[in-house]
Design a protein around this ligand. Structure first.
Ligand code: NAD
Ligand code: APR
Ligand code: ZN
Length: 269
C-alpha cells in the first residue's frame, strides 16, 4: 500500500493536508476528544464562548493563558517538521490546520492556513481587529510565547492565576474593548478568507491528507470530502478510526510522527 501512494505522490502536482489536535498530541498538548481530551476536564461552554468572555473576561483569559503557558513548552515533533519539508516537494502544497498552537509555524511551514486562529494572537470581538502574534505580545506582554516558556509553574500561578487583575487585560487601541484570544470559539464562524482558501485548494488537490483529526467538527471536517469529490486521492493518518475513514483510499492506522517522516524519506531518497 505504501508503495502505491508513494508512486501517486511522486506524480502529484498539488497536495493538501488537514491537521487536527492529534498531530500535536506527541508534543504534549492534550487532544480535545481523546481519552485525555482537554474538553473532558473543562466545560468549554464556561470558557471557549463569547458569552463566557463577556461575562467574565478575567476567568476566560486565565484559562487561555494556562493553555498558552502549556503550549509554550511544546516543541514541533517529527510530524510537524516532515510537513514543513514536504511543502517544497510539490508545485502546489497547502497545510490547513484546526490547531491553534502555532507548532506548524514554529516547524517552518509557510503555506499554512490556521482555520481556528492562533492562541498567541488576539481578536477584538467588538471592532473585529485581529492582532498578529508579535503585535499582540506588545499589547499584552503576558501573552508572549517566549516569556511564558521561561515561566516556571509557581511563577505562572503567582503572576497569572493569583495576580492577574481585570484592569490588566489587553484593551483594544481602536475601540477600547477588552481584546480576547485570537481563536475561533464555539458558535463563532471561521475566518472567511481562511475557509475560502482551504475549500479552493481542496478542489484542486491531486492528493489530500487528513492527519490527527477526529473529522467531526464542521466546517473543517468537510474539507477532505470536498477534495475527494473533486478527484483527489484521500489519505488518513490516525491511530483511530474516524467518520472519514470509509472514504479514504489509503489509511495509515498509526501516529503522524511515525508515518509522515517515512513518507518524506521515501519521497526524497
Ligand atoms: P459549528 O459546528 O457550530 O460550526 C462552526 C462555525 O463555522 C459555525 O458557527 C459557522 O459560522 C461556520 N461554518 C460552519 N460551516 C460553514 C461553512 N460551510 N462555510 C462557512 N462557515 C461555516 O462549530 P462549533 O463546534 O460551534 O465551534 C465553532 C468553531 O470553533 C469550530 O470550528 C471549532 O472547531 C472551533 N473551536 C475552536 C476552539 C479552540 O480553542 N481553537 C475551541 C472550540 C471550538
Ligand atoms: N497521530 C495522529 N493522530 C492522532 C495522534 C497521533 N499521534 N494522537 C491522537 N490522534 C488522533 C485521535 O485518534 C483523534 O482522532 O487525533 C484526533 C484528535 O481529535 P480531536 O481531539 O477531536 O481534535 P480535532 O479533530 O483537532 O478537533 C477539531 O474541535 O474543539 C474544536 O477547535 C477545536 O480544532 C478543534 C476541533
Ligand atoms: Zn476593538
Amino acid at each position: 500500500m505504501a508503495d502505491e501512494i508513494l508512486e501517486i505522490l511522486k506524480n502529484a502536482r498539488s497536495v493538501g493536508v488537514l491537521t487536527g489536535a492529534g498531530i500535536s498530541a506527541e508534543s504534549g498538548i492534550p487532544t480535545f476528544r481523546g481519552k485525555d481530551g482537554l474538553w473532558n476536564k473543562y466545560d468549554p461552554v464556561d470558557l471557549a464562548t463569547l458569552d463566557a468572555f463577556r461575562g467574565n473576561p478575567l476567568k476566560v483569559w486565565q484559562w487561555y493563558l494556562w493553555r498558552m503557558w502549556l503550549i509554550s513548552k511544546a516543541k514541533p515533533n517529527a510530524g510537524h517538521l516532515s510537513l514543513a519539508e514536504m511543502e517544497n516537494l510539490f508545485p502546489a502544497f497547502l497545510l490547513i490546520t484546526q490547531n491553534v498552537d502555532g507548532l506548524h509555524r514554529l516547524a517552518g511551514s509557510k503555506n499554512l492556513v490556521e482555520l481556528h486562529g492562533n492562541i498567541f494572537e488576539g481578536k477584538c470581538r467588538d471592532c473585529g481587529k485581529v492582532f498578529e502574534e508579535e503585535e499582540f505580545s506588545e499589547l499584552f506582554a503576558l501573552a508572549d510565547r517566549k516569556r511564558l516558556e521561561k515561566m516556571s509553574e509557581e511563577e505562572f500561578k503567582k503572576v497569572v492565576l493569583n495576580g492577574l487583575k481585570e484592569e490588566e487585560l489587553p484593551v483594544c487601541p481602536i475601540c477600547g474593548s477588552i481584546v480576547g484570544p485570537g481563536v475561533v470559539w464555539f458558535g463563532e464562524s471561521l475566518p472567511e478568507d481562511a475557509l475560502e482558501r482551504a475549500f479552493a485548494f481542496a478542489e484542486k488537490s491531486d492528493v489530500f491528507f487528513s492527519v490527527g483529526t477526529s473529522a467531526v467538527v464542521q466546517p473543517a471536517a468537510s474539507i477532505p470530502l470536498i477534495a475527494k469529490r473533486h478527484g483527489a486521492v484521500l489519505v488518513e493518518v490516525n491511530p483511530e478510526e474516524t467518520p472519514l475513514s470509509p472514504y479514504c483510499d489509503f489509511v495509515f492506522r498509526a501516529s503522524a510522527s511515525e508515518v509522515l517522516p517515512g513518507i518524506l524519506s521515501s519521497l526524497t531518497e
